[in-house]
Design a protein around this ligand. Structure first.
Ligand SMILES: NC(=O)c1ccc[n+]([C@@H]2O[C@H](COP(=O)([O-])OP(=O)(O)OC[C@H]3O[C@@H](n4cnc5c(N)ncnc54)[C@H](OP(=O)(O)O)[C@@H]3O)[C@@H](O)[C@H]2O)c1
Length: 247
């Protein structure tokens, strides 16, 4: 019998990157997963890869209407859930002086507002003892150039782990954050021009204390630990960053 047999898990941004890797690890151990993303084709490919224990739901994290619909769908499919991985997010690179109001609002809507209301709408479906995991980033601890808005959204999430962790204690729900350092999921290739992405990636690997990118599976292990095994831990952030935020 798999470790997560009988468990129902929702993963926002579960159609690629380490959201998908985490979904695969859960399905391998017997869980049922509901994953979200905005792009139907990416979701379809992910569900095909994961098999019949996975459900893909097109849902924009920035849309409160979509989050309401998502909560209804989760209730219909699962009734209750045992873990919620709030992982959907976009990167945004721009020098401070060039950030526009539109970009600021978009990144905050997806990375901070969406996660906040996703937890609010799905918490009533969470079983006592269950765990929420929010995806933050090394940039909410260390000051990096070009990511001022992105870093601020992740810092907001880090604080949500504390405040929502406190408010959800009476329901027996733990709220923690996983803070990845550089993980080569393709997010930089999709966000930056090819030559800038290549240069940024080699610089990031060189700057990391362990001298490398992390792997998606290293994040998935931390997420599953926080969601299921860390039964005396709430409001915390676990850095999985090769030491970048600590050394
Ligand atoms: N990779 C890293 O080095 C790194 C480091 C620190 C933190 N992070 C964070 O980790 C999370 C996952 O990153 P990743 O590298 O795995 O990226 P990824 O491969 O681009 O995956 C992002 C996922 O989020 C979904 N998504 C994006 N915007 C969305 C929206 N508005 N509504 C719903 N889904 C949305 C994407 O699907 P669609 O595009 O189809 O919507 C995809 O499923 C993000 O929050 C990111 O900020 C990544």
């Amino acid at each position: 019998m798999g470790k997560y047999e009988g468990k129902n898990v929702v993963i926002t941004g579960g159609s690629s990157g380490f959201g998908l890797t985490t979904a695969a690890a859960l399905v391998d151990e017997g869980a049922r997963v509901l994953i979200t993303g905005r792009t139907q084709a990416t979701l379809d490919t992910a569900v095909e890869q994961l098999g019949s224990a996975a459900i893909g739901v097109r849902s924009d994290a920035a849309s409160l209407a979509d989050i309401d619909t998502l909560a209804d769908r989760v209730k219909t499919e699962f009734g209750t859930i045992d873990a919620l991985f709030v992982n959907a997010g976009i990167a945004h690179f721009a020098p401070f002086g060039a950030v526009t109001e539109q970009a600021y609002d978009e990144v905050f809507a997806i990375n901070a507002k969406g996660p906040y209301f996703t937890v609010q709408k799905l918490a009533p479906l969470m079983n006592p003892g269950s765990g929420v995991v929010l995806t933050t980033s090394v940039v909410n601890v260390v000051g990096y150039p070009m990511v001022s808005v992105y870093a601020a959204t992740k810092a907001a999430l880090r604080l949500m782990a504390r405040s929502l962790g406190r408010e959800l204690l009476p329901q027996g729900i733990r709220v923690n954050a996983v803070s990845p350092g550089p993980i080569d999921t393709g997010i930089l290739d999709r966000t930056l021009p090819p030559e800038v992405a290549a240069q940024t990636k080699s610089q990031m690997a060189a700057d990391n204390p362990m001298g490398r990118f992390g792997a998606s599976g290293e994040i998935a292990k931390a997420v599953l630990f926080l969601a299921f095994d860390a039964t005396f831990t709430t409001g915390a952030e676990l850095a999985v960053d090769g030491g970048a935020s600590q050394l």
